[in-house]
Design a protein around this ligand. Structure first.
Ligand SMILES: [Zn+2]
Ligand SMILES: [Zn+2]
Length: 233
């Protein structure tokens, strides 16, 4: 009754309700590690005021900027990458990272600018690591990604819920689900549907890994989780 009175007096429902922390935390294969964040400057577009029409491209020759930080990441099964086109996989990973960023503040007290995900440049054709990675967006790290690591499964589940419940249409989603105002690549390469496939695939892999592990550990005492190396660029 008290809750009803509260809602009536303010006349709205919360868009996002905080996830209170007496929940059961799931096991996860997510890892936390140091990382090196490098920004490369390619150039800029000269655009016409008003219409935003691109007039020309200006190349820049500036030194790269980099800093050491901390990250939390989880592996995406190779089978998911093989099941979709490579350009869609890049866009799906990008969208999944943004969706994760959008739900982190429901679990951890932080500002949306404290963390960032790996953003995809439309001209980038480098190898795409099969991972969803979030990192502290401050030199040296702030410890937020270390708090993200044990909650990775919960965050993925919440991100999936966000993606499947958002009623926007189109691959590029909306600011409620996969778009981010802080995106380093201006949300140019995003695919919401592939993000759903990727996150479902990771959650399935986590489930079967830990189901298998509990059966094995019942027979072998002292069994340890295998170490997954951190893929460096
Ligand atoms: Zn949306
Ligand atoms: Zn981005």
């Amino acid at each position: 009754m008290a809750l009803r009175a509260h809602k009536k007096s303010f006349g709205y429902d919360c868009a996002y309700t905080a996830r209170i922390s007496n929940m059961q935390i799931s096991k996860t294969t997510a890892q936390t590690d140091t990382c090196k964040v490098t920004t490369t400057w390619f150039g800029f577009y000269r655009v016409r005021k008003g219409s935003n029409e691109i007039l020309d491209t200006v190349d820049l020759l500036l030194p790269k900027y980099s800093y050491e930080s901390q990250s939390a990441w989880i592996r995406v099964p190779q089978s998911i990458k093989a099941a979709v086109e490579i350009k869609d996989f890049r866009a799906g990973l990008h969208a999944a990272g943004h969706a994760l960023l959008n739900v982190v503040p429901l679990y951890i007290i932080c500002h949306s600018s404290d963390l960032a995900s790996e953003c995809v440049n439309p001209h980038d054709t480098r190898y795409v690591p099969e991972r969803i990675l979030l990192y502290d967006q401050r030199p040296g790290g702030t410890g937020i990604s270390a708090q993200v690591q044990p909650l990775f499964t919960e965050l993925l589940t919440a991100a999936l819920e966000l993606l499947t419940s958002c009623c926007c249409s189109g691959d590029t989603g909306c600011p409620n689900c996969v778009q981010s105002l802080a995106c380093h690549e201006y949300n140019e390469v995003l695919d919401k549907d592939v993000a759903v496939i990727i996150i479902k695939g990771v959650l399935e892999a986590e489930k079967s890994y830990f189901n298998g592990f509990s059966r094995v550990s019942a027979n072998i005492s002292g069994a340890a989780l295998p170490c997954i190396g951190f893929p460096r660029k």
